[in-house]
Design a protein around this ligand. Structure first.
Ligand code: TXA
Ligand code: MG
Length: 319
């Protein structure tokens, strides 16, 4: 959407809700976020309540522009500054030492804060008009599929959110890449919209620590996350129960006649298109009451790594 499409009355209303300590769901280029004033601990607590999110999982703080960075981050190492200059606004979150102004509930008691400037005119207009950084996780119930349209947010969070801004479908479709500067060497904690290849072209070799583990460095990297209700299997290891209704999540093409339903992520064989379609396709299959979803992996490079990461977590059901 263009800046000229912004409804200034709606933004003013959303901003006054934020300033009064309420929650507003808003679009970003990655996924929709559920936002509240990052400096208002009570408002942020409401986010955790609405999502059913465990308090050990910190939130990302969203800024309208770089001038707000010093309000939330106490130190910006040179490499972090380079990444900010190169990729903001955009799908990159930097984990930096936090200022005292950021309440503990935002960072789950960590002395670092995740921060990014989203590349979406509505998001930035909202943060700007609110005149405060906005803490926002993805606007889904904890552990479930992230929303890439306003309708997805309505479906899962509906009445509990004070206002939902509609900016159309998200362009990127998977969450931001998280790079932590908590230690001396930067490390990728979550694969996302900015690929490792592109990061490395900017700052050289970077470690990736985004695998699932019991105590993940980015708590959102829990082994089971982004999960549909229908059991999802990455194909290769599945067995076919006779008579079962199987949905097939294909990358480029699929043997349509064999399955009860098929979603194709990118007929053009394009990773950007596939990422933008991923969560919507998972939701559509999940809504069909299938016995199982079989998902094909994407090529393991570029955005394909983030797509495969989400598919593996969607497959790792813990409930
Ligand atoms: O694209 C995105 O990043 C979206 C949009 C709305 O900006 N947001 C998003 O938020 O994906 P959420 O809450 O679903 O995921 C945030 C991740 C979590 O895995 C959390 O553990 C990690 O960021 N995180 C936040 N602050 C952190 C910190 N100080 N240290 C390590 N990980 C952090
Ligand atoms: Mg999330």
């Amino acid at each position: 959407m263009k800046s000229s499409d912004i409804n200034t009355n709606e933004i003013a209303k959303a901003a006054s809700l934020i300033r009064a300590g309420n929650t507003v769901a808003f679009p970003t280029e990655t996924v929709y976020g559920l936002g509240a004033d990052a400096f208002n601990a009570l408002a942020v607590a409401r986010i955790f309540e609405i999502k059913g999110r465990p308090s050990f999982d910190p939130l990302i703080v969203h800024l309208a522009d770089k001038s707000q960075l010093s309000r939330v981050a106490s130190d910006v190492p040179p490499l972090a500054q380079k990444l900010a200059d190169t990729f903001w606004p955009g799908p990159l979150t930097l984990v930096l030492p936090k200022t005292a102004a950021v309440p503990d509930i935002v960072t789950s008691g960590l002395n670092t804060v995740g921060v990014r400037i989203p590349d979406h005119p509505l998001a930035r207009a909202l943060i700007d008009a609110s005149a405060t950084p906005i803490a926002a996780p993805s606007a889904n119930l904890f552990g479930r599929i992230s929303p890439t349209t306003a309708q997805h947010v309505r479906d899962q969070l509906g009445e509990n959110v004070d206002l939902i801004l509609d900016g159309g479908p998200c362009r990127v479709g998977v969450e931001s890449t998280i790079v932590s500067f908590a230690q001396a060497r930067p490390v990728v904690l979550r694969l996302g919209g900015v690929t490792v290849e592109v990061l490395e072209a900017s700052i050289g070799r970077i470690d990736v620590f985004a695998g699932s583990s019991e105590r993940p460095a980015a708590p959102g990297n829990l082994p089971s996350h982004y999960a549909p209700r229908t059991p999802l299997t990455l194909i290769g290891a599945e067995t076919s129960p006779a008579g079962a209704k199987i949905g097939y999540l294909a990358f480029q093409s699929a043997p349509i006649e064999k399955f009860a339903a098929v979603e194709i992520l990118s007929p053009r064989n394009d990773l950007k298109e596939a990422a933008a379609n991923l969560y919507g396709a998972m939701r559509r299959l999940d809504a069909l009451g299938l016995d199982a979803i079989w998902a094909e992996s994407a090529p393991e490079s570029g955005l394909g790594r983030a797509i495969n990461d989400r598919l593996r977590r969607a497959a790792a059901r813990c409930d």
